[in-house]
Design a protein around this ligand. Structure first.
Ligand code: ADP
Ligand code: GLC
Length: 485
C-alpha cells in the first residue's frame, strides 16, 4: 500500500515536540509492515542544510498570497530514514532561520497562513501524482493544523486517495483571518460553518476535521475528551457530530532510540534485570552536570525530572507552586529542561538561582540532556492539564523513572496508579492524581516519596514500567486497518 505522509516536522531533521517523533516513528513502523512510504516536509533552512544528494522531482506552481508561488520538489535519501523524503523547497516561505512556526521572539511567523496553505496545495498535488512520476498513493496521512487543508483540497478530486487527518493537539487550531482566506484565494464554497469558517476566521485544523475521510487522535481517552466542552476548544460539537469517523489510536515510542541499555546519550547503561548500578551512575553524572560533586545526601534524596515545552498545557504553574513546598518539607532535588513561555522560563531560572544546590534548570532544547534526565532522575513530573498522548511519560516508564501524572488523555491511558489495590495486584507503574489542582499534585508526589523509601516495592514499580510494551507495531496495525476500510 502506497502512503503519502505529510507533516510539518520530523525527528531528527526538525522537531519541536512529540509530533516530530511520531512523524519519524509511525511511517517506519508502517513500512516495517509492508507499506510503501513517502514523507513530505517543508524545506526549512535547517532541514535543507542536513541534506546531501538531492534529486529534483519537478516544479509545481500554486497560488500564494500575492500571486503564483513556485515550489521545487526535492527527493532525498537520508541515512536516518528507510524511505525517500520529498522536500518542498520554496525559499521565500521556508528558507529562514530558527523555528518552523515562530520567529526569534516566539511570535508566529506573520505569513504562516500562506506558508502552510502553499505547503498543503503542493502536498495535495503530489497526492495526485501531479508530477507524473508514477507514484500514486492510496492514502494521504496528514498531521495537525499545518496540513489541515490537504484533505480539503483533495475532497472534490475524482479518483483521489483516501485522506486521514491526525489531531496531535487541539489547542493549536491554525486560526487565520477572513482576509487571509480571500488573499489565498481558497475556494468560496469552503466558507461556511460547515466548512473551514470558525468564529469569523479560518481554521486549518477544522478543515482537516471536516474534509478528511477519517480523523484520528493520539489516545482513546483524548478522543473522548475532545468531544466535550472542557477539552474541545469550541470544536467539540463538530467532533461529536463526526464521531463516526473519529478514532483514538495510542502513539507508540521508538524503542530503539529510547532504550536504556543502548542509549548513546547515557553515561551508563542498565536494563530491567539490573537497574540500580547503571541508574545511580546516571543520577550522579546528571547532578554533577550542575554541581561540582554529587555527595551522599544528594544521591540519597529523590531527584525529580521534567522535560517539556514550558506552556500552560504541561502544568508548569503547578510545578512552580509545588517545588517551594517540597523544598521545605523534604530533601528532594529537581532537574528541569524546557523552553517556551518567557514567564515560565524566568520563574524557573529564578528558582534555580535561589536554590542552587537543589533546583537545576536548563532552558533550551537539548536532545541528549532529555535522555539523560529520563535515565538519571528517580521520578518524572508530567502534571499536564490535558495531554493528547504524551511521549515523555512512556520514555520515563521505559527508563525505570516512574512518572507522576494528571489523569487525562494519553497519561490516563498509559500510567497505572500505585494505589493500594494496584500495588497489591503488582501492576502499578506510576502516580496518578485526578483533581486538577496543585494540592492533588503535591499529594501524589508525597505518595511517590513514601514508596521511594521502600526499595523492594520501588524496584517492582520500576520493573512494571520498564516491562510495558508501547511498541509502534501495535499502533501501526490499527492505522493500517483504518487505511484499508
Ligand atoms: P508535546 O508533543 O506536547 O511537546 P510529548 O511528550 O508528546 O509532548 O513529546 C515531547 C517530545 O519533545 C519528547 O520527545 C521530548 O523529549 C521532547 N522535548 C520537549 N522539550 C524538550 C527540550 N527542551 N529538550 C529536548 N527535548 C525536548
Ligand atoms: C502533541 C501532544 C502530545 C502528543 C504529541 C504526539 O504535541 O501535545 O500529547 O504526544 O503531539 O502525538
Amino acid at each position: 500500500m502506497k502512503i503519502l505522509f505529510v507533516a510539518s516536522e520530523a525527528y531528527p531533521l526538525v522537531k519541536t515536540g512529540g509530533l516530530g517523533d511520531v512523524a519519524y516513528s509511525l511511517p517506519h513502523a508502517l513500512q516495517a509492515r509492508g507499506a510503501d512510504i513517502r514523507l513530505v516536509l517543508p524545506g526549512y533552512r535547517a532541514l535543507l542544510r542536513q541534506l546531501d544528494q538531492v534529486r529534483i522531482l519537478g516544479w509545481l506552481d500554486v497560488r500564494g498570497a500575492e500571486g503564483i508561488v513556485s515550489a521545487r520538489i526535492l527527493e532525498t535519501r537520508h541515512p536516518d530514514f528507510a524511505f525517500p523524503l520529498w522536500v518542498i523547497d520554496c525559499p521565500p516561505l521556508f528558507d529562514r532561520p530558527g523555528n518552523p512556526y515562530v520567529n526569534a521572539n516566539g511570535q508566529d511567523w506573520p505569513d504562516n497562513a500562506e506558508r502552510f496553505a502553499v505547503f498543503a496545495r503542493v502536498a495535495a498535488l503530489l497526492a495526485q501524482d501531479a508530477l507524473d512520476i508514477g507514484w500514486q498513493p492510496a492514502v494521504v496521512h496528514t498531521h495537525d493544523w499545518q496540513t489541515g487543508l490537504v484533505a480539503a483540497f483533495l475532497a472534490d478530486q475524482p479518483g483521489r486517495p483516501k485522506t486521514v487527518f491526525t489531531i496531535h493537539n487541539l489547542a493549536y487550531g491554525g486560526y487565520f483571518s477572513h482576509g487571509d482566506f480571500v488573499r489565498l484565494q481558497l475556494p468560496g464554497s469552503w466558507w461556511s460553518s460547515e466548512g473551514v469558517e470558525f468564529h469569523g476566521g479560518l481554521s486549518m485544523l477544522k478543515a482537516g476535521i471536516v474534509y478528511a475521510d477519517a480523523v484520528t487522535t493520539v489516545s482513546p481517552t483524548y478522543a473522548a475528551e475532545i468531544c466535550t466542552p472542557a477539552f474541545g476548544y469550541g470544536l467539540d460539537g463538530l467532533l461529536l457530530s463526526r464521531q463516526y469517523k473519529l478514532h483514538g489510536i495510542l502513539n507508540g515510542i521508538d524503542t530503539r532510540i529510547w532504550n536504556p541499555s543502548t542509549d548513546p546519550h547515557l553515561p551508563a547503561h542498565y536494563s530491567m534485570s539490573r537497574i540500580l548500578p547503571g541508574k545511580r551512575r546516571n543520577k550522579q553524572a546528571l547532578i554533577e552536570r550542575f554541581l561540582p560533586r554529587a555527595d551522599d545526601d544528594a544521591m540519597q534524596a529523590p531527584l525529580l525530572g521534567l522535560v517539556g515545552r514550558l506552556v500552560e498545557q504541561k502544568g508548569i504553574d503547578w510545578v512552580l507552586a509545588a517545588i517551594p513546598v517540597l523544598l521545605s518539607e523534604t530533601d528532594a532535588r529537581f532537574v528541569l529542561l524546557g523552553s517556551g513561555q518567557a514567564a515560565y522560563e524566568h520563574k524557573l531560572t529564578r528558582l534555580a538561582k535561589q536554590h542552587p544546590g537543589r533546583v537545576f534548570v536548563e532552558i533550551g532544547y537539548d536532545e541528549a540532556l532529555a535522555h539523560h534526565i529520563e535515565a538519571g532522575a528517580d521520578l518524572f513530573m508530567m502534571p499536564s492539564r490535558f495531554e493528547p498522548c504524551g511521549l515523555n511519560q512512556m520514555y520515563s516508564l521505559r527508563y525505570g523513572t516512574p512518572p507522576i501524572v494528571f489523569k487525562t488523555g494519553g497519561l490516563a491511558d498509559t500510567v497505572i496508579d500505585a494505589d493500594a489495590e494496584n500495588l497489591a495486584a503488582g501492576n502499578a507503574t506510576g502516580f496518578v492524581f485526578d483533581t486538577p489542582e496543585v494540592a492533588a499534585f503535591l499529594q501524589a508526589v508525597r505518595r511517590a516519596f513514601d514508596l521511594y523509601r521502600q526499595p523492594t516495592q520501588w524496584r517492582r514499580l520500576q520493573q512494571n514500567g520498564m516491562r510495558q510494551s508501547f511498541d509502534w507495531a501495535d499502533s501501526a496495525g490499527h492505522y493500517l486497518a483504518l487505511y484499508s476500510t
